[in-house]
Design a protein around this ligand. Structure first.
Ligand SMILES: *[C@@H]1O[C@H](CO)[C@@H](O)[C@H](O)[C@H]1NC(C)=O
Ligand SMILES: *[C@@H]1O[C@H](CO)[C@@H](O)[C@H](O)[C@H]1NC(C)=O
Ligand SMILES: *[C@@H]1O[C@H](CO)[C@@H](O)[C@H](O)[C@H]1NC(C)=O
Length: 450
């Protein structure tokens, strides 16, 4: 199987260059993707992924955990959290240690099995870049780039090894039914958080512009390690913040404008990073719904941060956190339409249907969908902008108002809940102290009287 796919791949690449022999290229109809895989933890999810039998698997970052996470310490000499923290919580590890971790990830039985049958491509996020939340300032990036490209079996003479950053693009399938995959590098050139600076940097922007304005493809998947559409920070802050394109509003507007100006049909995003799965969409960018399918992670997931009896609490909190872009559907496993257990993403294309249909899914470790969207290529066309048939007016409005525009009582629901819970806890504590002291007083008084 491995040889077959390799051979097919050669055919695709050569015919793209030669511009002929198109009819022999295999149609792509099953793609899987995932992110956030702890190389030291069991990774049973590969079974579900190989059962799905994707033709292409896309790593969306945190493919290994390369950095060192130190314990949370609020007090003591070395404090890693709190406003008074004096040492970093995360530190980079040596090149040797990174290599050991990549070797471990690559030799994982389930993953090895997948590699035999699927073309594996990918980009990185912070932990395989080398440091939590790091950007362009990180000085291990040249070494990290080589290690990632080795892990992905990038040929030694590939131009991707010579450029600054790991961005890349691929075209699969026969002419007319091509799937283009554009993988962004959101780390190598990224300005510091809170700077509202650049994520991609000049050279990558120029490259992306060329890619989007180049030859048409039926489908264009843009892979970004961090979420593009959702801006959860707008509703979780000031309690906590997530990394996302939303944190760089100018850069995000530039991306949206570039996509709109390209008039390219069939674009959608895939992303990872956040340790839960969800599907979001934005209807006010291109004239067609711009989806962002987030799958995170293959092993790392929010519900695992607490013991199983408390999982309901995590689900409650994600339900409580408002999101104006998340696709809410009765078919979701949970009411929040997020999924905080290990998961992977799926893109299935039915080329035989008229119009061609596309299914996006986030699937659990058993391969069952937890949230999904069915759409068609007709619905992902810029010129269909005003078609009654494709866009229900109410829906369009819903996915057009950003999180920051939510009424404050909704936007800060999580914060309000947190403050109320804190107040209730304090009141309960004061009540308890009062009851205990008055009982003691009564007892003492009784002793005295006796
Ligand atoms: C990865 O898994 C190992 C073994 O379960 C664990 O000790 C380690 O803390 C995990 N790392 C992360 C980043 O979760
Ligand atoms: C996303 O949320 C952050 C935090 O509230 C805010 O500063 C930023 O402007 C938001 N971005 C967009 C594009 O709405
Ligand atoms: C999408 O279509 C499949 C059938 O192909 C169906 O089982 C699933 O419920 C649909 N999902 C949504 C969100 O409509």
């Amino acid at each position: 199987m491995k040889m077959i796919w390799r051979w097919r791949w050669v055919v695709v690449v050569t015919s793209v260059f030669v511009g002929c022999g198109a009819s022999e290229e295999p149609l792509v109809y099953r793609i899987a993707f995932g992110s956030c895989a702890n190389q030291s933890a069991p990774q049973p999810i590969w079974n579900a992924i190989t059962d799905f039998d994707p033709q292409i698997f896309i790593w969306m970052g945190d493919n290994i955990y390369g950095d060192v996470r130190r314990p949370m310490k609020l007090f003591g000499k070395e404090r890693t959290i709190g406003p008074w923290k004096n040492v970093p919580r995360f530190i980079p590890s040596s090149e040797h240690e990174m290599q050991v971790r990549y070797d471990k990830a690559k030799s994982n039985y389930g993953y090895s099995h997948l590699r035999e049958n699927a073309k594996v491509i990918g980009t990185w996020d912070d932990h395989d870049y080398g440091l939590n939340d790091a950007g362009k300032e990180f000085d291990g990036k040249v070494t990290s780039q080589r290690l990632l490209l080795d892990f992905l079996d990038e040929p030694q003479d590939s131009s991707r090894r010579k450029q600054a950053g790991v961005y890349a693009s691929y075209t699969f399938g026969p002419v007319g039914r091509q799937v283009k995959v554009i993988l962004l590098d959101t780390r190598y050139h990224r300005d510091p958080l809170f700077s509202d600076g650049s994520i991609l940097g000049n050279s990558q922007w120029a490259w992306l512009e060329k890619e989007l304005n180049g030859p048409a493809s039926a489908i264009t998947i843009i892979g970004s390690s961090i979420q593009v559409i959702s801006n959860l920070s707008a509703t979780t802050g000031p309690l906590f913040y997530m990394e996302s394109w939303g944190r760089f509003p100018k850069e995000r507007n530039r991306l949206f404008k570039l996509i709109a100006d390209s008039k390219r049909d069939g674009i959608f995003f895939i992303s990872g990073d956040v340790h839960f799965g969800e599907i979001t969409r934005c209807d006010c960018v291109t004239g067609y719904p711009l989806y962002d399918i987030t799958s995170s992670g293959l092993t790392q997931a929010v519900e695992q941060a607490v013991p199983p009896p408390l999982h309901f609490l995590v689900r409650f909190i994600s339900w409580l956190t408002p999101s104006s872009m998340r696709v809410m559907d009765k078919s979701c496993r949970y009411r929040s339409c997020t999924y905080g257990q290990p998961n992977f993403g799926v893109i299935e294309i039915n080329w035989k249907a008229t119009p061609v249909s596309v299914k996006f899914e986030v699937r659990d470790a058993n391969g069952l969908p937890v949230t999904s969207v069915n759409t068609t290529l007709l619905e992902l066309q810029a010129k269909r902008i005003d078609s009654k048939a494709t866009m229900k007016a109410g829906e369009h409005q819903k996915y057009c108002s950003f999180e920051v525009n939510l009424p404050w009582i909704v936007r800060y629901r999580l914060l309000l809940f947190f403050l109320c819970a804190l107040a209730a806890l304090l009141l309960a504590l004061i009540g308890a102290i009062y009851v205990v002291t008055s009982l003691c007083m009564k007892y003492l008084l009784k002793c005295k009287l006796d």
